[in-house]
Write a protein that binds this ligand. Structure first.
Ligand code: RAM
Length: 397
């Protein structure tokens, strides 16, 4: 028995370091993946349970140890430094009132301030490009050193962001990208393909492999959601595994709780045979989860959600609306954006493919080809949250 536990732990640790190495385009250092492995094993009182659940998570296609390594980085204190001293770093999220955005800002701010810099966090009232353009213009007049933006539109920010770069401001985007002419690099939370694969397989699994499903997205212009949805559609047309699934509609809740609630209700009344709703947005999924659970609907839910908001809805029985979902660590996404911005401002990287830098305790990262003419840095792979681990994660983010 003891021997079995040890071998499960060892196997889990091996899977952890394998996935930390290959699941991410960023080259996580060996020490940080080992830290992740030992955190997984040590952070739980029942080490064998942790190992077993790590192994279970690792065995699903897209779930990986990103969140485990992310947790290790989150728990580690941020090394103090002077890299940002005397400089001002701005972060511009999609919109106000979204806890996911607040988590990104939290990570960003922590890193900038630990390095002696000043952080300006801007949250437009609504998730529109226009609202972000005015924020960018005011940041140019404030002469900030860098802008990290989660874009509400891939192309509509181009003239504002190129004006910023002409003024000597370093520009990167995180979470939702702008086109390659409008940025120096992109801090991507996870590969589009991996996110799409995880979501399609979840829809397939939860629906039993056939029937109708709908997508409840954020805004119709959101670069990240649109990329994931396009990759899901292309998986459906290229892989016969999904031939019995029908995507009825992509609805848009605009990352607003009320609109997402209304859109969920509209989907339920339009499609009486709907089996699954997939919401690749934290605002959409939490709104839909409440509607489905309150109405004791038979329709099930999956997508991308914050464990803190979704814990009460995750469960495998009929009383819970969401069997499982995915996400990455938004605090770490903000931290990585801060380290990237510091490396750009300090001329350690230019934003070119193969540029390398060290992101404090998060380890070493290499910029890779984003496939759109520009570079990107991938934080990790999406992590699966289900009844076995949700209690452990709900207080983390
Ligand atoms: C929402 C936002 C964000 C996205 C997450 C999953 O909070 O739309 O851009 O990455 O969901």
């Amino acid at each position: 028995m003891k021997k079995k536990t040890v071998s499960v732990l060892l196997a889990a640790a091996m899977v952890v370091s394998m996935l930390a190495g290959c699941g991410s385009a960023a080259s996580t250092t060996a020490s940080s993946s080992q830290a992740a492995a030992s955190t997984v094993a040590a952070s739980s009182a029942a080490a064998s349970t942790a190992a077993a659940s790590t192994a279970a998570v690792a065995s699903t296609a897209a779930a990986s140890t990103a969140a485990s390594s992310a947790a290790a980085a989150t728990e580690a204190s941020i090394p103090k430094g002077t890299d940002a001293k005397g400089k001002t770093y701005a972060i511009v999220v999609k919109s106000a009132g979204n806890p996911y955005n607040e988590k990104m800002e939290e990570g960003f701010k922590e890193v900038i301030e630990a390095n002696g810099g000043t952080c300006i966090a801007k949250e437009p009232d609504s998730a529109t490009a226009d609202a972000q353009v005015s924020v960018i213009q005011s940041l140019i007049s404030q002469k900030v050193n860098s802008i990290s933006i989660a874009a509400n539109d891939e192309n509509a920010l181009q003239s504002a962001l190129t004006a910023a770069m002409k003024a000597g401001i370093k520009v990167d985007c995180m979470d939702s990208k702008v086109n390659s002419k409008s940025r120096e690099t992109f801090i991507n939370q996870a590969g589009n393909q991996e996110v799409a694969q995880a979501l399609m397989d979840a829809v397939y699994d939860i629906s039993g492999g056939s029937g109708q499903f709908a997508i409840l997205s954020a805004t119709s212009q959101a670069t990240n959601q649109n990329a994931w949805i396009a990759a899901m559609k292309s998986l459906m047309s290229s892989n016969s595994k999904y031939k019995s699934l029908e995507l009825t509609e992509v609805a848009y809740g605009d990352d607003e709780p009320q609109k997402s609630t209304d859109q969920t209700q509209a989907l339920l009344s339009k499609y009486p045979n709907l089996k699954v709703i997939c919401a690749p947005t934290t605002v959409g999924i939490s709104s839909a989860a409440k509607v489905l659970q309150d109405q004791k609907s038979k329709v099930k839910l999956t997508g991308l959600g914050l464990p803190s908001e979704m814990a009460e809805y995750i469960g495998s029985d009929a009383t819970h609306s969401c069997p499982y979902m995915f996400l990455w660590n938004p605090v770490d996404l903000g931290k990585l954006a801060a380290y990237t911005s510091m490396a750009l401002v300090n001329d350690k990287i230019k934003g070119a493919v193969n540029d390398k830098f060290t992101a404090g305790a998060m380890g070493d990262y290499t910029l890779t080809d984003a496939g759109d003419g520009g570079s990107q840095i991938i934080l990790g792979a999406p992590f699966k949250f289900d009844p076995s681990n949700i209690a452990q994660w709900k207080s983390v983010y």
